[in-house]
Design a protein around this ligand. Sequence first.
Ligand code: ATR
Length: 280
Amino acid sequence: TDVYCVVGHPVAHSRSPWIHTRFAQLTGQALRYERRLAPLEGFAADLQAFIQAGGRGCNITVPFKLDAAQAAHSHSPRVALAGAANTLVIAADGHIHADNTDGLGLVADITRNAGIPITGRDVLLLGAGGAAAGVLGPLLEQKPRRLVVVNRTHAKAQTLVQQHAAIATLHKVELVALERQVLETDLTQNFDIIINATASSLAGDDVPAPASVLHARSLAYDMMYGPAAQNFLNWASSHGALARDGLGMLVEQAAESFALWRGVRPPSAQVLDELRDVLA
Ligand code: ATR
């Protein structure tokens, strides 16, 4: 049987083995999926060991998404844009191809599972780190009307926007970086979809945006799930917005990876329902 894995540090908490094992059962694919704890300074060596042992694909989690992009022999345009990879596809001859399915997973969860279109809408992306960079390209491909990036460190938001200027133009999206202060003072700045790609909750800090960015039909989406998402979800709900955590993004990015490896699309909506029951 072909072997797949999730590589991270830490990795014990990862739900990917559960998700992919369930995908394999439901699609009748014979495969094994394991966790790998790679040493912080030893991603490339660990990957080689996995390939020697017959490994055919990996999901990559914190802190190795950059290492994964660099270890690959080829990569998709999405990896080039994000500067990071969450999926490696390993051919029988050992060729390593890198892709990034995080943004596709986010878009699939918002548009299909939540049933909310991004096309033509106004979107606010909070954060400009690796998590934000990983999803901006696929968000722009949905052709929102306007996409605003706001980050604590404004220069990072500006850099991210510059890196995506060409794809924004291609899709006729108004893409801008705004200073947090503008959100505070200009109360006309509200959005249909607000996506939290910051780590502010991990620092125990407040949501890094004023409630005036929400309107009554806004979707407020946290890319995290579990306790890390709770503060943002409570903030959104208490201001009347629809709140959604990132569990569906987790399952949908996994489904995109699974499809790249096996050429088969798993029933991701069903597996998301099952996972919510498991975690409840
Ligand atoms: P990741 O790969 O998870 O995105 P990262 O690259 O460290 O991790 O980025 C974390 C993001 O959360 C950044 O946008 C960061 O803002 P800075 O660029 O100013 O560091 C944001 N962030 C982290 N802690 C925050 C806090 N307490 N308040 C607001 N934003 C925060």
